[in-house]
Design a protein around this ligand. Structure first.
Ligand code: ARG
Length: 261
């Protein structure tokens, strides 16, 4: 018993030394003695173009969210370090504090607000549906009765489609998996965020599928923050506000979506 205690104290001591060593290697942009960790640890599910994605053979994560969070980090004077996690693992990662913030096309909703804080909204989105080009039977969401629909696990699409009557829901890991399943005729439709559906269809020249106009929901994206870190929420909101005021937000928006309507 006693030995165990000694060992754990030793381990804690060793950890403290490592932690300090970490500070020492810091490039010094933060004021000396700054208690706050300089690195802003960001979680994202890098499977959601044009918000977060990785081109084949490229190291860097790209997209609207990636540019936005890097700009926010810069504004806050913190280095940004992005971790790629499964979408359904993002809120647990925040709760377990392995990341400080999550930016991942994440919709602000009451369910999630029980577990995390959100920044002010930074993007207006909503859900639409993609079907095969030759699909005749599905023209609106009401037509999904008796059909199979693929959604990304843990998303608002999954929650919303489960509310529809008589729909068989297939929850897959990524939107790309959902589109593959649609093409392979394992499902009749994919429900997913509108800008991502549009991007898949135009940029990936997704052949043999089309997106329908009807919107199932209107949703706002927010940056999620640990529930007990209201201070960080304030800082993120202040940075976001600044970027909206100084035109930086508009620049990033135009880069990925064209000039704002
Ligand atoms: N907006 C939807 C939600 O919050 C989907 C987000 C999925 N994001 C991602 N990076 N795969 O549930």
């Amino acid at each position: 018993m006693k030995m165990k205690k000694v060992l754990s104290l030793l381990a804690a001591g060793a950890f403290a030394v490592f932690a300090m060593a970490g500070c020492g290697s810091d490039n010094g942009a933060a004021p000396a003695g700054d208690k706050q960790a300089k690195v802003l640890k960001v979680g994202s599910s890098i499977d959601f173009p044009p918000f977060e994605f990785q081109d084949e053979g490229q190291k860097e994560y790209q997209g609207f969210d990636m540019d936005l969070i890097r700009a926010i980090g810069k504004e806050m004077g913190r280095e940004v370090e992005i971790q790629n996690l499964g979408f359904d693992g993002l809120i647990p990662a925040l709760q377990g504090k392995s990341v400080d913030v999550v930016i991942s096309g994440m919709t602000i909703n009451d369910d999630r607000k029980q577990n995390v804080l959100f920044s002010e909204p930074y993007y207006q989105s909503g859900l639409t549906m993609v079907v095969r080009e030759d699909e005749q039977a599905i023209k609106t969401f009401a037509d999904l009765k008796g059909k199979k629909v693929a959604v990304q696990i843990g998303t608002t699409s999954a929650a919303e489609v489960k509310k529809l009557d008589g729909v068989e829901v297939k929850e897959l890991n990524t939107p790309a998996d959902c589109f593959m399943e649609l093409k392979a005729k394992g499902v009749d439709a994919v429900v997913n965020d509108r800008p991502v559906n549009d991007y898949f269809i135009t940029k990936n020249a997704a052949q043999g599928v089309k997106t329908l106009e009807e919107k199932l929901t209107a949703e706002d994206y927010g940056i999620a923050i640990n529930k007990d870190n209201a201070e960080l929420q304030k800082e993120v909101n202040a940075a976001l506000k600044k970027l909206k005021e100084n035109g930086e937000y508009d620049k990033i928006f135009a880069k990925w979506f064209g000039e704002k309507k």
